[in-house]
Design a protein around this ligand. Structure first.
Ligand SMILES: [Zn+2]
Length: 150
């Protein structure tokens, strides 16, 4: 039996985007992999921190907890901020009492990249620039082409 303390994942570079999280052993469906942590700020503060054209994917490190609160994974965040988006994910983000947990929605094999569907709430007009900025390259058969919520 694997020790429960042995890490579930490691951080390394990803083909999807930048850095990713990869299973280093099998992760069973339903496992709570980690919590998405970071500074809790208002949605207004989040929008002003990550203006329209400041970075490649300005909103992807913000996790919307509710309509008033977002978690900024870039400030005091943990490895959860490295989990990439996929349109055919193996994890999901679950909000419980204002906290965000990343759970495995199917059994994940050793070596697989952990992903969840960002379903990004984009507060601006969805023009071509936005579509390009949030384009999805997850490679899934059912890829919807964007990390934004539809
Ligand atoms: Zn996709």
């Amino acid at each position: 039996m694997a020790s429960p303390r042995k890490p579930l994942y490691e951080v390394r570079s990803s083909k999807i985007h930048g850095t990713g999280i990869f299973a280093v052993r099998q992760i069973r469906q339903g496992t709570r992999v980690m919590e998405y942590v970071g500074e809790r700020i208002s949605t207004e503060e989040g929008d002003s921190r990550y203006g329209d054209d400041e970075s490649e994917h300005p909103h992807v490190l913000l996790f919307g907890v509710d309509e008033h609160t977002v978690i900024d994974g870039a400030v005091d965040g943990n490895d959860a901020k490295y989990i990439n988006h996929s349109c055919d994910p193996n994890c999901e983000a679950v909000i419980i009492d204002g906290r965000v947990f990343i759970n495995a929605i199917r059994t994940i094999r050793e070596g697989e990249e952990l992903t969840y569907d960002y379903q990004l709430d984009y507060p601006y007009e969805r023009d071509d620039a936005a579509s390009k900025q949030y384009a999805c390259h997850c490679g899934a058969e059912n890829c919807r082409g964007t990390m934004l919520a539809v």
